[in-house]
Design a protein around this ligand. Sequence first.
Ligand code: SF4
Length: 228
Amino acid sequence: MKSTIVHSDIQDIYLRLDALYSLDNWWQAESKLEVILGSILTQNTSWKNVEHSISNIKSAHAMNMNKLINMDTRSIRRLISPSGFYNQKTNTIKGILIAIKNKYGNIENMSKINTEELHEFLLNLKGIGNETADSILLYAFNKPVFVIDAYTKRIMSRIYGINQKIEYNDLQGIFVDSLQCNPKFYKQMHAYFVELAKNNCTKNNPKCNGCVLNSICNHANLQKNNYS
Ligand code: SF4
């Protein structure tokens, strides 16, 4: 296990994955509101289910902050039901939109607020944890914040032997200042990890033979040693 992970390690991973994937504009949302809703709806469900819910909201002509605030909760629950946990998610959506309206007037005004203030504002809302807050900061407001999700934890734990129960902020700290603190690179890296987790670094039986990170991966090396 590598004792210290430095910026060049993260850059090496980025370059290897960048040579493999072409994933600009990975999250093709049409508005900041859509990103905010998607970040909440994706909690504990697949992206396919989120797309279904987003499509329902658009079909109902409800992709609008004020409409959602004024819509009765039963109607919102029905629209987002494909994403599961719809009682809780309806409350979170209502809560965040009302809080945004009260504090900033509208979503666009939030773009002018600095990252730290927005981060604190989001984390103080019920139902918004680190991953959801950071997804909103990065994808809705283009702030230089790296999102840590389950895929990132899995891949980093396999490459470096990091405990998957590592604290969110500790793992995120490894990425801070890497990739030039550039939101574009952070978005790409996040997208690359999602692709790698789906294609190679699967939950069970990872396909290490065809993985571009094989030569730097602790897990792959252990497997090679076991079979030699
Ligand atoms: S070599 Fe295997 S364990 Fe390591 S990142 Fe690639 S797929 Fe995952």
